[in-house]
Design a protein around this ligand. Structure first.
Ligand code: ATP
Length: 199
């Protein structure tokens, strides 16, 4: 279970009250809310990237020597990679030397892309590799923060098709943060409307 209750984050000039959330493995939950409400802040807290100032956070434990089981995937994949490393080097780090080749075709990634540096790939190519980076065997929950918002419609559809299949196969819990009403209704089991109500 991944859960946050009564979460609160204080920035220097602002305090953000986070919505209560409980996400189980195998579940695809949408999160929708106005710009600036704190959706990315919530993802940062759930993934342990940002300290909270209140509330109770429940996360799955790390496997011994393993990576974070809660992975936050952001809208701009270039932020997730060291620009000086090839993508293969970044993937080897994230996967700790384990074999990810089986996932290349599932995510429609061409092997030769991996010899390149992040700034030489398109947004869609890089986001596929970013998802592969986040999908090491340790991952149990994926926080998808507007991950296809900058991509064309066809690429969006293909990425979600691949990702939902993999999520079902791996029994991952998915939090889908998006302003795209149509996408959320199409793929989510339930949608949290923030700050209004839960449905
Ligand atoms: N590092 C930071 N320092 C100061 N304020 C911040 C920081 N990060 C976020 N905030 C503020 O916290 C609030 C929530 O930001 P957040 O990015 O989580 O919103 P969001 O719901 O994801 O917005 P959007 O839909 O536009 O991406 C905003 O008012 C933002 O300005």
């Amino acid at each position: 279970m991944l859960a946050l209750h009564n979460g609160l984050v204080k920035f220097r000039a602002k305090q953000v009250t986070l919505p209560n959330i409980e996400l189980k493995r195998g579940e695809v939950c949408g999160l929708q809310g106005p710009s600036g409400a704190g959706k990315s802040t919530l993802a940062a807290v759930l993934s342990g990237s940002l300290n909270r100032h209140g509330g109770t956070l429940t996360t799955p434990g790390y496997a011994r020597g393993g990576a974070n089981p809660v992975q936050w995937v952001v809208q701009r994949p270039e932020q997730a990679f060291n620009p000086r490393l090839t993508l293969a080097q970044s993937l080897d780090e994230a996967w700790q030397g384990r074999d990810y080749n089986r996932l290349l075709s599932k995510l429609e990634i061409e092997k030769n892309w991996l010899n390149r540096r992040p700034n030489t790939l398109s947004g869609g190519q890089l986001q596929r590799i970013n998802l592969l980076r986040a999908l090491s065997p340790d991952t149990e929950y994926l926080l998808c923060d507007e991950i296809t918002a900058q991509l064309d419609m066809l690429t969006q559809q293909k990425i979600w098709q691949s990702l939902l299949l993999l999520a079902a196969e791996r029994n991952l819990g998915l939090l889908v943060i998006s302003h795209d009403d149509h996408l959320l209704k199409q793929i989510c089991h339930r949608i949290i409307q923030w700050p209004d109500s839960q449905s």
